[in-house]
Design a protein around this ligand. Sequence first.
Ligand SMILES: Nc1ncnc2c1ncn2[C@@H]1O[C@H](COP(=O)(O)OP(=O)(O)OP(=O)(O)O)[C@@H](O)[C@H]1O
Ligand SMILES: Cc1ncc(CO)c(N)n1
Length: 265
Amino acid sequence: MVSKALTIAGTDPTGGAGIQADLKTFQELGVFGMSVITSVVSQNTLGVRSFVDMHEEFIESQIDAVFEDIRPDAVKTGMLSNPSAIAIVAKKLKEYNVSQYVLDPVMVASSGHELISQEARQSVKEELLPLATLVTPNLPEAEALTGLTIETIEDMKEAGRILVEEYGVKAALIKGGHYKGEADDYLYNGTEFLKFSAKRFDTKHTHGSGCTYAAAITARLAEGDSLNQAVEHGKSFITSAISNPLEIGKGQGPTNHWGHRLTTK
Ligand SMILES: Nc1ncnc2c1ncn2[C@@H]1O[C@H](COP(=O)(O)OP(=O)(O)OP(=O)(O)O)[C@@H](O)[C@H]1O
Ligand SMILES: Cc1ncc(CO)c(N)n1
């Protein structure tokens, strides 16, 4: 039977981030993709113009429509801009006993625009972290969630430890995209730290890299990979998407969702 993955997130009309990036990634990895829209965002590679949040009842109705028909094998959440959207998603993840859940704690777009209210940051911690199989913060998100200032690899690991041991997420992947060195990410799964490494590629075309990475991990979890295997596959997928740039867009361009086809040939 085909594996199915659901993304619950905001949109990007230019196709590099959000729901659009997630669906392309699911498709590339041979997983049937489904989507629930939380916010419609007017954005492009230059930045975010504005966004309109869906009402919580309408987010709930979309989630019910999916689960009452085609049960996903894994779920990913991305942009959830306000506490009521977070509360309804948390309620539904519990109601449907979702056991494979990747939480991408989207806070600020690569262009620097805030995609989440200040109050909602607390809701992410209290309501979503305890439900998630994996949380995938970049460095500013890891700092916002833990209150740490992250300057070293030891700080990255400490953030992972706090997220798992104090906030109750099963595993945390602290991404090094914003780090000064190579593009190394650290996974803490409650027992050990694992490093997922890539050479830093000299490019500005990383719009949506976080969405794409988390979506690839979600697709592999839907396919039955262990968490470590799923992150390893995800890292290889995002590295190919960054290292085969399309060079489109006037700002920070999108990653190349079919880059893995060029790399593995
Ligand atoms: N220049 C680069 N070269 C290689 N890998 C990179 C580069 N930039 C980011 N990465 C990798 O891409 C993945 C996404 O990381 P990043 O920290 O950029 O996410 P993000 O900030 O959430 O992304 P975005 O907000 O743009 O969607 C990580 O595995 C990171 O190591
Ligand atoms: C909808 C959406 N989610 C996440 C990001 C972060 O890349 C973005 N720019 N837009």
